[in-house]
Design a binder for this molecule. Structure first.
Ligand code: AMP
Length: 322
């Protein structure tokens, strides 16, 4: 059984580094920190380190570690929530004795011992199942982090990767550890009024094509005028789900610091990750991202996304919410 193999491998190694994808979201960080805490709770003498660059708004999930890979003897790497080696944050892949991957994205690179479930809502859901099925230990804090990962990546149990299994594991976490959902949702969803004002601006100004594709190019000036952050559109993109006139949508945001356009794409029908992967991107069938350097590619991406909406509408394929 896969879970037992993973447990045995973790038990065998003294030095363990846990990594996740660059530009992390709550699921990436929550699954990383929850697994780190669980291994430490189960094996207090192990050296367990969390890799990657920190993001201030997820600091409440736990601290990242400074890692000197060359000083670690025969380390084990556990990679969470990322299917490709090039998007793992903060590690040198070939420095590790063994690698375990735990992920819910479509399969890309073989890394080692694989635990991939494309139908899982989140990496946190898989980690929760792993802990429940093995002798890895859990406590209220770990359960709370896992719940945060599951709730956020499933967009509060709205997206189609939410299954009976997702609800079952989420309900078990709540019951077994008496989770305080009000506290959890405050951490996850409390936001400044500027974000909501900016959301209204996007709602009023986004272009919606006759094929049901909604999009908005977000400039640095717009970001500054509303006093928000270049990462704000990615926090807002899920709120544009279940709009009758829109079957796929994208926010294309210029990030001045990195001199790149960050694209968040969502869909409730057309498969978008194949288009995203042509533009330095990828992700899930209905939730993808891309990174674009030149303006021409933005227009090409918009054209291609509109085309897949057109084909989808012409074929009268089923919209996910119907
Ligand atoms: P986001 O819109 O940033 O929330 O990302 C949605 C999904 O697409 C997540 O599963 C990300 O891991 C994935 N994703 C975002 N950007 C990229 C990228 N440049 N390359 C590959 N996958 C990405």
């Amino acid at each position: 059984m896969k879970e037992k193999n993973i447990y045995k491998t973790i038990a065998k190694y003294q030095n363990i580094v846990i990594a996740r994808h660059i530009g992390p979201d709550p699921d990436a960080v929550a699954s990383q920190m929850a697994l780190k805490d669980s291994i430490k709770l189960t094996f207090p003498k192990k050296n367990v380190l969390a890799a990657g660059i920190g993001v201030a708004r997820f600091r409440y999930l736990g601290d990242l570690d400074k890692i000197d890979e060359s000083s670690l003897e025969k380390p084990l790497l556990i990679v969470l929530d990322v299917p490709n080696i090039s998007r793992i944050d903060g590690i040198t892949f070939n420095k590790y004795d063994k690698v375990i991957k735990i992920d819910h994205h479509p399969f890309e690179d073989k890394m080692g011992l694989e635990m991939v479930d494309e139908n899982a809502s989140s990496a946190s859901e898989i980690v929760a199942r792993l802990i429940y099925k093995t002798r890895l230990k859990m406590n209220k804090e770990i359960a709370s982090k896992l719940y945060i990962g599951i709730a956020s990546d499933s967009d509060r149990f709205l997206v189609p990767t939410t299954t009976g299994k997702t609800l079952e594991v989420a309900s078990k976490l709540i019951n077994d550890y008496k989770l305080d959902l009000n506290e959890i949702y405050t951490k996850l969803y409390e936001r400044p009024i500027t974000d909501i004002r900016f959301q209204s601006f996007l709602t009023l100004n986004m272009t919606i094509t006759e094929n049901g594709f909604g999009y908005m190019k977000i400039t640095s000036e717009m970001i500054k005028e509303y006093g928000v952050d270049p990462s704000t559109p990615s926090n807002l993109v899920n709120n544009f789900n279940y709009i009758k006139e829109i079957i796929a949508w994208a926010f294309i945001t210029y990030d001045e610091k990195q001199e790149i356009y960050k694209v968040n794409i969502r869909s409730r029908g057309p498969v978008i990750n194949e288009v995203a992967s042509k533009y330095n991107g990828g992700g899930h069938k209905y939730a993808s991202g891309a990174r674009i350097k030149n303006e021409d590619d933005i227009d090409k991406l918009i054209y291609e996304l509109d085309e897949i909406c057109k084909i989808f509408m012409e074929n009268k394929e089923t919209i996910l919410s119907e």
